[in-house]
Design a protein around this ligand. Structure first.
Ligand code: NAP
Length: 248
């Protein structure tokens, strides 16, 4: 480890040019999306989908050895540990972006402390950095059951509280056009492209590939700003489901 956001240009192929922010709604071809947790299982799938749609994509990672996997997915790796970076450092990586996606997570092997530093703290930091840079469109991969007042002493309880606290923080940010997505139980099954996407779906599984497809569609649908949505596998094509919640 050792490298931090202070050295964003150390990775081969990392761009250091300062960009002017473009308003969301321009053609996809010149839009840049920055994904926090860029080597995550959902994030890598999303990077492939977005680059195939013509987006320019960057992914924030904390381990240099993951950089080639991002390049293979068509994304630009950006080295930055979201548990130790300052808001200014993260903001520098969001410079010139048209949208931001928080897809990081402490992961299944972690304890309550990292639920707080990643699932809550890094999400709050990323949102603050987006505001600092003026990047309005903001997607958060939260979790079904996220609740800032969730009770209990198990690690999973701390996880649901941390996710809920992060979501509650984002709700209060008028400077962001946020959409919060709360998937049910994630699987590695092949995507079906068929989902149930509603304010409240009830419990159920969903392939990570389908969550990535929903995120890509949400980015293409700014009218979903201000919505908190649960998603599980279902019977509605992703594009139709997103249009439906967007009200058109
Ligand atoms: N499992 C479920 O059933 C479920 C259900 C609903 C929602 N979710 C949530 O969905 C989200 C995405 O899921 P996923 O399966 O794609 O997760 P994942 O594969 O565990 O990816 C999370 C990514 O966050 C990165 N990360 C952790 N700490 C970081 C830091 N300090 N700085 C930068 N990056 C950091 C990890 O990188 P490293 O490799 O460096 O650790 C990892 O690549 C997570 O927030 C998860 O909690 C999960």
């Amino acid at each position: 480890m050792g490298e931090t956001c202070e050295a964003p240009g150390r990775l081969r192929g990392v761009r250091t040019v300062v960009r002017r922010r473009r308003p969301f709604g321009r053609t996809v071809g010149n839009m840049r999306i920055v994904i926090a947790g860029g080597h995550g299982q959902i994030a890598l799938r999303l990077e492939r989908l977005l680059t195939a749609r013509g987006y320019e994509v960057a992914g924030i990672i904390r381990r240099p050895e993951q950089a080639d996997d991002l390049r293979a997915a068509g994304a630009e790796p950006v080295l930055c540990d979201l548990e130790s970076a300052s808001v200014e450092e993260v903001a520098a990586h969001l410079q010139g972006a048209d949208g931001a996606v928080f897809a990081a997570g402490a992961g299944p092997g972690s304890g309550a402390a990292r639920k707080d530093t990643v699932d809550r703290g890094a999400a709050v930091l990323f949102a603050d950095a987006a505001i600092r840079t003026g990047v309005r469109r903001h997607l958060v991969v939260s979790s079904m059951g996220a609740n800032p007042k969730h009770e209990g002493n198990e690690v999973f309880d701390a996880y649901l509280r941390a996710k809920g606290q992060a979501d509650a923080y984002v709700y209060g940010l008028d400077a962001l056009d946020w959409t919060i997505l709360r998937p049910g139980m994630l699987t590695d099954d092949a995507g079906t492209g068929l989902v149930r996407l509603e304010a409240s779906t009830g419990r159920g599984p969903i392939p990570r590939a389908d969550v990535a497809a929903v995120l890509a569609e949400l980015l293409d649908t700014p009218a979903t700003a201000g919505l908190t949505l649960e998603v599980i596998s279902g019977s509605t094509p992703v594009g139709v489901a997103v249009k439906s919640v967007a009200g058109n």
